[in-house]
Write a protein that binds this ligand. Sequence first.
Ligand code: GTP
Length: 359
Amino acid sequence: MTSVSGADAVILVGGKGTRLRPLTLSAPKPMLPTAGVPFLSHVLSRIRAVGITHVVLGTSYRAEVFEEYFGDGSAFGLDIDYVVESEPLDTGGAIRNVVDRLRGDDAVVFNGDILSGADLGALVAAHRKAEADVTLHLQRVADPSRFGSVPTDADGRVTAFLEKTPNPPTDQINAGCYVFRRSVIEEIPAGRPVSVERETFPDLLRRGRHVHGYVDSSYWLDVGTPEAFVRGSADLVTGRAPSSALPGPTGERLVLDDAVIADGAEVTEGSTVGKGASVAAGARVRGSVLFDGAVVAEGAVVERSVLGVGARVGKGAVLRGVVLGDRASVGAECELLDGARVWPDVELADSAIRFSSDV
Ligand code: GTP
């Protein structure tokens, strides 16, 4: 991997994470435990690995918790600055809002909810070689119809930002990571919400500026939904997603301090069992995330699900594709499937059945 000098990293972490509620009621999305550490640790490890040490976090929702955990960054080999928006400024406004903190001529901007294996050194090198105003990491995906697409010409220049359509002309999508020339950030209007995707980028193209694409097809995942969040966590544990921030031995599962897995319990497919959590005999936990202190009773089945801090799953209950908020409790023999979400502290009686609904 090529190392990068003379660039700052900016990470946007101010979103409310509504699609991940109720987990994001108690912690902002980039702070959710993912393979045993806050999600943001994986992003920071990638930045550190390429030799960038100055990081600016653009915060808004639950701003204080970032600094409480990461401090000045020195424990992570980084120098972290925090900028707080009193009113959320959206992605472009958040980038403009940190410009005074930048020290180099280029800033690498990250959405704080993306897991990626793209070579950041190569991204910055492509930006500098092209002498572009902005360079976007464009990800090639199997099903581009689920996203807006971003075509490029033979020289790699972006030609358009297209809305979602059933038959997009390219499989390249905006991967949520950009290199900005500092002077271009100064051109973004200050003091009001601006969307970088809907306003800044199309405006740069209209004005004939050089917007470049760096196309890549390594690992990439936006963890903004519960399904993607559990998949990303499992991919980190099994090693499909790259990160040097993992807190312990991984493989089929990651088991944190003081967690108890009874004999005869199955914990597989990249599941994480948080500190002090427990899985009783005969239970099956597959591809799931158990936050600290979560409890899975005998014979229960938990697949592709997230159990919040101290959440409890009763004997023989079945959960597939479910989110339990902190301290929520599901009675014995309950069946929860397909996106059902249980709010914090809610107690579901034995044998309740819920599909795709909020409780
Ligand atoms: P949803 O509410 O579930 O859509 O999640 P979100 O609020 O995180 O929005 P989205 O996934 O579209 O945001 C992409 C990235 O930009 C995330 O890393 C957010 O934290 C960040 N972000 C979104 N809006 C703002 C904002 O107003 N200010 C800052 N600083 N960051 C933002």
